[in-house]
Design a protein around this ligand. Structure first.
Ligand code: SF4
Length: 735
């Protein structure tokens, strides 16, 4: 294995040109505008507010003001390391385009400042008017995986129990919904079973649709520390940074993943490479699964997968010979037209070989956002608090009792998913939308339609740190929000570890925390009494903690923020009475009992279908999308504020083209080209590379141009958008 994060290698080399340049930069590495001679007088540790790895950062303060930061040396997640985004976490707080006061669009179409009283009154008057005319469900909200779960819970509770709408979803629909459904159906609960320690315990690691080197760079450090000389396999159409570090890269055809995984299962069964004791004692549905994959012999799927039959056989043997095999997946699997089935095929490989509930083993989904996992339990969107179901009368009664609230206030279903909310706007069914800490006018699939849809709304409210996002440009009312470091609350990272963020800086101007904004609006709405006990995030933590009692995600053993902060986080479940050690690591299903009624894990499977957007002579290339760099996050709303991070990322949108396709198209490296799909056309730079296979091209999700092209198709179960596959053409740009 040659696993080593190239970024870390660079950073740790004090002689590297890049490192020296960055350290010389006055605004570099989180130093902000503060001269380096400032000696901090206090330090506050908190979880990073970007990705789902959940690194801990020590924010150093002088006279109460955050002056710089360094990664926490003793935290088990990052052990003194951070990626470029983490080092620059303070910089976005000081950006000049921070939203500092509420803004209301006037009759001339201009956003003008108003005070919070007027903003709250307008919010309530206009939302209530839409509900009075078109019904309670004529308004909806879109939340985020970027804020503490106490804030998500307040947003979801106010919207659904106070305002009375059924419809609310989060931007987590764009990344994690597939994994949620896959785990729920297989395990009986949305329960990622692993810890990061498994990355260091495995002797075979299989990464599927995951460019962890770039997307989760500090998680990759755990792979680099693995002392067992593991075999590292990467399954990805592109020769990504992660594939380049692997022992073996399987460059499958785009969306050939489900057929490949079924073919691997076919070989494992044919060869008898099964953990029969585990399958018999702890699973159900294996016979049906075996019958289903019987037709997936490796030779028959070679054309669909692009992987020679001999390589499928070799992969099956490798999995069989491994003592501790772990399977890691991210958006290459989740953002697919058949993502749930693909994730469940990964889970099936782990179950049939007994690679679960043991150190170094497991089907492991890595989350994208810092609090996607918090959203999954507490946002009150897809599920009721504590992973409950809106459709379950008993669950509704439990939450009504917990909140001392009339049970009739709780909707009997979870309402629309993100794409259905967009469709509802298009149809005129949804007239008002409240968007919190997400930038759908950049990130939603098929941008041209998305922006037109936002413009159809009678009333769009955008709550964000910045008034300059693409989504704010469509807003009728902008509510200025505090950011990470300007408020407190909890995150949950990919491995189910809870961690705390704290206030180390004041929000600018009249910006308020999302928590205080929701509280203000709930009072103005006239339902503040429902949340009488929800005065602070710490109060809401106590309510949510109680909501988990007896649930698989039970955290009643965590008394308060201080308690688990000292422990450097804790993995759920933590039932009352649990004795936790500092920096402990605990995985799920060590006893072989799952959360299904039978206590057995299920084999889930189904027929494969082709992607929605087939290539054609007019659009002959498959466009792949993903993170382009470890220095930028999603739509660059925050990371785009950093001059240091900007220097680590291309300034202009680009498309990566294979050398063969570039030659056929007579396109030179760095030339301007036009990328066109049935939905749009964009002008970008060509980057000619050997890392993209012939017949495909790649664009970074960080540029808004990418979603001008993507095709709005969705997984039928998770309703997650299929960002990773659409048909395009590339041609030389004129002029
Ligand atoms: Fe933050 Fe993720 Fe980078 Fe860690 S890897 S510093 S959590 S962005």
């Amino acid at each position: 294995m040659s696993a080593q994060n190239p970024w870390t290698r660079l950073l740790h080399d004090p002689g590297s040109v890049l490192t020296r340049d960055l350290l010389r930069e006055p605004g570099g590495f989180g130093l902000g505008q503060v001269p380096k001679r400032v000696q901090p007088d206090a330090t506050t540790a908190m979880i990073c507010g970007f990705c789902g790895v959940g690194c801990s950062l020590d924010v150093h303060r002088k006279e109460g003001r955050a002056v710089n930061l360094s990664p926490s040396a003793a935290h088990p997640v990052n052990r003194g390391m951070a990626c470029p985004k983490g080092w620059e976490a303070l910089t976005p707080l000081a950006a000049p385009d921070r939203a500092t006061q509420p803004l209301l669009r006037d009759a001339a179409g201009m956003l003008r400042p108003v005070d919070w009283g007027e903003a709250a009154q307008v919010f309530c008057t206009r939302m209530k008017a839409l509900q009075a005319e078109h019904g309670a469900d004529a308004v909806a909200f879109l939340g985020t995986g970027q804020i503490p779960f106490e804030e998500m819970a307040y947003l979801g509770a106010f919207a659904k129990f106070g305002m009375g709408t059924r419809h609310g979803d989060g931007n987590t629909r764009q990344c994690m919904a597939t994994a949620v459904v896959a785990y729920k159906e297989c395990f009986g609960f949305d329960a990622p079973p692993f810890t990061y320690a498994d990355l260091e315990e495995s002797d075979v690691l299989v990464f599927i649709g995951s460019n962890a080197c770039i997307a989760h760079p500090i998680l990759w450090e755990h792979v680099a520390r693995n002392p067992h000389d593991p075999t590292l396999v990467v399954i990805d159409p592109r020769r990504t940074e992660t594939a380049a570090q692997a022992d073996w890269h399987l460059p499958l055809r785009p969306k050939g993943d489900l057929a490949l995984l079924y073919a691997v299962a076919h070989v494992l069964i044919r060869e008898g490479f099964l953990d029969r004791d585990f399958v018999e004692a702890h699973t159900e549905g294996f016979e049906g699964f075996a019958a289903h994959v019987a037709s997936f012999d490796p030779a028959s799927v070679e054309r669909e997968t692009g992987i020679p039959a001999a390589d499928v056989e070799r992969l099956a043997h490798l999995i069989h010979e491994g003592q501790r095999v772990s399977f890691w997946w991210t958006m290459g699997v989740n953002q697919s037209h058949q993502g749930v089935l693909t994730a469940q095929a990964i889970i099936a490989l782990a179950l049939m070989t007994g690679n679960i509930g043991r150190p170094g083993a497991g089907p492991c989904s890595i989350t994208g956002q810092c609090n996607a996992m918090g959203s999954r339990l507490f946002s009150n969107t897809t599920c009721l608090f504590g992973g409950r179901s809106f459709g379950d009368a008993g669950h509704r009664a439990e939450i009504a009792e917990l909140m001392d609230m009339d049970v009739e206030r709780i909707p009997t279903d979870s309402g629309y998913a993100y794409d259905q909310i967009m469709e509802g706007i298009l149809d005129g069914e949804i007239r008002g939308l409240w968007v919190v800490a997400t930038n759908g006018a950049h990130s939603w699939i098929n941008q041209r339609d998305a922006r037109a849809i936002l413009d159809k709304l009678d009333f769009l409210v955008v709550q964000d740190m910045y008034a300059s996002t693409e989504t704010c440009a469509h807003a009728d009312l902008v509510l200025p929000a505090a950011g990470w470091g300007e408020k407190e609350g909890c995150f949950i990272n990919s491995e189910r570890r809870l961690g705390v963020i704290k206030q180390v800086a004041r929000a600018p101007g009249k910006a308020l925390s999302d928590f205080r904004i929701v509280r203000l609006l709930a009072d103005a709405w006239g339902c503040g009494d429902l949340f009488g006990a929800w005065k602070t995030p710490a109060d809401v933590f106590q309510v949510l903690r109680e909501s988990t009692r007896g649930r698989p995600c039970d955290i009643t053993g965590l008394a308060d923020y201080e308690g688990f902060d000292v422990l450097r986080g804790a993995h759920w479940p933590v039932p009352a009475g649990t004795q936790l050690e500092v920096a402990s690591e605990r995985r799920l299903f060590e006893d072989g009992r799952f959360y299904t009624p039978s206590g057995r894990a299920r084999f889930c499977f189904g027929p494969s279908r082709p992607p929605a957007d087939a290539t054609s002579p007019r659009f002959p290339l498959v466009l792949l999308t993903g993170r382009g760099t470890s220095s930028q996050f999603h739509t660059m709303t925050r990371t785009g504020k950093s001059a240091v991070l900007a220097r680590l990322h291309p300034r202009e949108p680009y498309v990566e083209l294979s050398t063969a396709d570039a030659r056929a198209l007579a396109v030179d490296d760095h030339a301007w080209v036009v990328v066109e799909s049935p939905r749009g056309k964009v002008r970008v730079r060509a980057f000619v590379t050997t890392t993209v296979p012939e017949g495909s091209c790649f664009m970074s999700m960080h540029f808004a141009e990418t979603n001008e092209l993507t095709n709005p198709s969705f997984d039928p179960k998770s309703r997650e958008p299929s960002y990773k596959h659409c048909a395009v053409s590339v041609s030389r740009a004129s002029g």
